[in-house]
Write a protein that binds this ligand. Structure first.
Ligand SMILES: [Zn+2]
Length: 326
């Protein structure tokens, strides 16, 4: 059995395999990176690697009783803390500290995972800091964060920082399908986010689906160089982009769809699982690589104007005319 993280972040998994083999594991790590890059999963993988009783070529099996207890969150020596309502309270850190000073029940290392560590309250941060200054020797502490700069510098300086780089849409697609999403949904949504939770939320959000449908409709006409696209700005896109977040999201969609079309031209082996994407690919057949790239650069230029408080509708209409002229 190959765990998902081994596909998602193969380089980091390999790196930690080496670190553990050479017994160079540090006491504390800060895993930093965008949502969906596998920070929590790698922290859990490390716990599995340390406790698994059936290692296979240096990798945890994911199936033995020890692995199962960690995966289900019931291992007494693997303590996981996640924020409650946007903050990690001092009580959670107190519980953690109590646990930290106990010795390992089964003689092995103990693993502490604090997710979204930037959400620790000041009190919680200070408690953790006190512990880090005189750590228990058998503890491995892993903090995960999407906002490294918001972690106290005094905590950061006591941790080894591991930066998680963005993952590719194809890796996110594999992950989404492995987690049960249909290939059609997974392919479309993996272009827009690498975060499975985000993708799941979007799938069941009406306003998101309407915006996506509207943008796809508009974009399809744009690719066909059909002047009806100009009219669709209002009825399909503006009407479904109710606030600035939606408007930014609409631009992200357009940019990622162009990116998808361009990548496909260099990677013809890829199968298209989604009928909307297939329509876009067909519509783009008459456009050269150069035309697609010129259109994309127009979108990227105009996206910047959105931030300077101009009308979304005017910006998108002007953009549509420019693209149609390419
Ligand atoms: Zn195992």
């Amino acid at each position: 059995m190959s765990l998902l993280i081994e596909k998602l972040q193969p380089r980091l998994v390999k790196q930690f395999q080496g670190i553990i083999q050479n017994q160079h594991l540090a006491q504390g790590y800060l895993f930093a990176g965008a949502p969906g890059t596998g920070k929590k999963e790698l922290a859990q993988w490390l716990a599995l690697r340390l406790f698994c009783q059936n290692l296979q070529a240096g990798k945890p099996c994911g199936q033995c009783p020890e692995c199962q207890r960690i995966i289900s969150g019931n291992h007494p020596d693997v303590i996981q803390i996640a924020p409650e309502k946007q903050t990690i309270k001092v009580e959670a850190i107190r519980y953690l500290k109590n646990e930290l000073y106990k010795t390992g029940m089964e003689g092995a290392k103990r693993v502490f995972i604090i997710q979204e560590a930037e959400k620790m309250s000041v009190n919680a941060s200070n408690s953790l800091l006190k512990f880090l200054e005189e750590p228990a020797s058998d503890a491995l502490i892993i903090l995960t964060t999407t906002a490294k700069s918001q972690i106290l510098p005094t905590i950061r300086s006591r941790m080894q920082i591991i930066d998680f780089h963005g993952i590719k849409a194809t890796a996110a697609f594999e992950r989404f399908t492995a987690l049960g999403m249909t290939p059609a949904n997974a392919q479309l949504l993996s272009l827009l986010t690498r975060d499975y939770q985000q993708a799941q939320t979007w799938l069941v959000t009406d306003s998101f689906n309407q915006l996506l449908k509207g943008v796809l409709h508009w974009f399809h006409k744009v690719l066909q160089a059909d002047s009806e696209a100009f009219v669709l700005v209002q009825t399909q896109v503006v009407a479904n982009a109710k606030n600035t977040a939606d408007q930014q999201l609409a631009f992200e969609m357009i940019i990622n769809f162009y990116d998808f079309l361009l990548v496909l031209r260099y990677d013809k082996s890829r199968t298209i699982e989604n009928s909307d994407l297939n329509k876009l690919v067909t519509a783009a057949m008459n456009l050269s690589d150069q035309q697609l790239m010129t259109q994309l650069s127009l979108v990227l230029d105009i996206q910047k104007q959105l931030r300077v408080n101009v009308s979304f509708e005017n910006v998108l209409e002007a953009l549509t005319l420019k693209i149609l002229a390419v």
